[in-house]
Write a protein that binds this ligand. Structure first.
Ligand SMILES: Cc1ncc(COP(=O)(O)O)c(C=O)c1O
Length: 463
């Protein structure tokens, strides 16, 4: 049937009966079917939904109005706590003043201000900030900058990217290629060519129940020398790792590991990328983990905590020399052929600036550092509970490994997460066989104890 041109029939008749019916259905409440939840077992969720309707400071509130202590800073992102007034006010102001400004060929002042503030928090000459909207985009951006950097310097043979087993770098094709999570890789075809992986740095035998960086494991960095011997440095563009692997169960870097990796990269002209999407903005007691370890990478990715989760934002911080390598050729020509419609979105920039103010005014990074020993001690009280195989802490993060249920990998941790939500009033994260906790940095000592009491009860209850 031909579609009538607008204006050729009365507006009231322009929407067909069928379309009207469809419009009516989309407003139907309580239908859980249409939404395909990300990284969630959809059928089990829809049988017993965990619906959150609001949040304030350290708490979420469920649809049945139960307060839930946030043990996970949302998804490692609400580092300043929830619905903080200055952030909410800044977003409102920005929405009223400038809803959107084109990210290409134009810009708005808050983008420059936020870039400067983020650069000031980064160590060394990491002074150039490229904005995007998520951690996945930040990772793909960093990988592309690394490849293009070698290209513009006449080392176009450096195309190989090195990641690490048990690494998580988001869900873009670049990120899943350098990442080392089997389920993120096995369903999606051949991924990026020319990628290799360092081994994971975890060994339960040598590191179980360690607070902070384990003493054993720095030698895993030397595997990079093996990959250089195999592929030749002239083919390797960059190594990307998380200073602390978060999503695969909180695996802190062994003492000396990152320093060794830096030295090997320097020796061979390989760029070192720290994926600080989780560790950025205070999780390990510093603005960036790079500072905690005294290692200056060439590129840092960030996201999550930059806006305390209030508006999506991510980005890459590059050393001056990397930026400058691109600033050649005719001045009317784009130097880096990359960007997103919503790079440096005005609402995200406003949220970011207000968030950085809160981090500064409330000294939240120092607070995380000061709370680290207390948090680690509280976490270790769960040692000895049935089924607890390991507990690892660093900064305000902990991974608690549980024994697998026979024939049902991941089920026990999932049950602990459900039980914690439904019965104990605490939000925890189940990641495979691990319960991961990473509360907002405003958490009090009493709330730390409360989190671990509740998690302990949930672990015992599902045994
Ligand atoms: C280290 C790391 N990189 C990248 C990502 C992806 O971030 P996003 O989910 O915002 O795309 C994550 C998410 O948890 C992460 O932990």
């Amino acid at each position: 049937m031909p579609v009538p041109m607008p204006g050729t029939m009365p507006e009231s008749e322009m929407v067909s009966d069928m379309a009207q019916t469809r419009l009516a259905t989309v407003t139907a409440p309580n239908d859980l079917e249409s939404y395909w939840l990300p990284f969630t077992p959809n059928r089990s969720f829809k049988r017993s939904p965990r619906l959150i309707v609001r949040a304030k400071d350290m708490h979420y509130y469920s649809a049945d109005n139960r307060a839930l202590l946030d043990g996970t800073a949302g998804l490692w992102c609400t580092n300043a706590g929830h619905n903080r007034d200055p952030i909410v006010a800044a977003i409102k102001r920005a929405a009223e003043q400038l809803d959107y400004s084109p990210a290409f060929q134009f810009a708005h002042p808050a983008a420059f201000e936020l870039a400067g503030r983020v650069a000031a928090l980064a160590p060394g000459d990491l002074n150039r900030v490229f904005f995007c909207n998520s951690g996945s985009e930040a990772v793909d951006t960093a990988l592309k900058i690394a490849l293009a950097y070698h290209n513009v310097r006449g080392e176009g043979s450096r195309t190989r990217l090195i990641g690490r087993e048990r690494g998580y770098h988001g869900v873009g094709f670049g990120g899943i290629s350098v990442g080392g999570i089997v389920n993120n890789r096995k369903f999606f075809g051949s991924l990026l060519a020319g990628v290799d992986h360092l081994p994971a740095t975890y060994s339960r035998e040598h590191q179980a129940f360690t607070k902070g960086e384990p003493q054993w494991g720095a030698h895993f960095a030397d595997e990079l020398e093996r990959l250089v011997a195999l592929h030749d440095a002239a083919t390797i563009a960059a190594v990307i790792i998380e200073p602390m692997a978060g999503s695969t169960g909180v695996l802190p870097a062994p003492q000396g590991y990152l320093q060794r990796l830096r030295a090997i990269c320097d020796r061979h002209g390989i760029l070192l990328i720290f994926d600080e999407v989780i560790t950025g903005f205070g999780r390990l007691g510093y603005a960036f983990a790079a500072e905690r370890y005294g290692v200056v990478p060439d590129l840092i990715t960030f996201a999550k905590g930059v806006t305390s989760g209030a508006v999506p934002m991510g980005g890459v911080i590059a050393r001056d020399g990397i930026y400058e390598a691109f600033m050649r050729g005719p001045e009317h020509v784009i130097e880096l052929f990359h960007g997103y419609t919503y790079s440096a979105h005005p609402l995200a920039c406003a949220a970011g600036l207000a968030t950085l103010d809160l981090y500064r005014d409330e000294k939240l990074f120092d607070r995380a550092k000061a709370l680290e020993p207390r948090f680690a001690d509280a976490a270790m009280t769960l040692r000895g509970l049935p089924g607890v195989l390991d507990i690892r802490t660093v900064g305000l993060a902990v991974g608690i490994d549980l024994a697998s249920r026979a024939g049902a990998p991941g089920l026990r941790a999932y049950q602990v997460m459900e039980r914690a939500f439904q019965e104990e009033g605490v939000m925890v994260r189940a990641a495979g066989e691990t319960i991961a906790l990473s509360p907002p940095l405003i958490v009090s000592e009493a709330q730390i104890d409360e989190i671990f009491d509740k998690v302990g009860r949930a672990i015992k209850a599902v045994m």
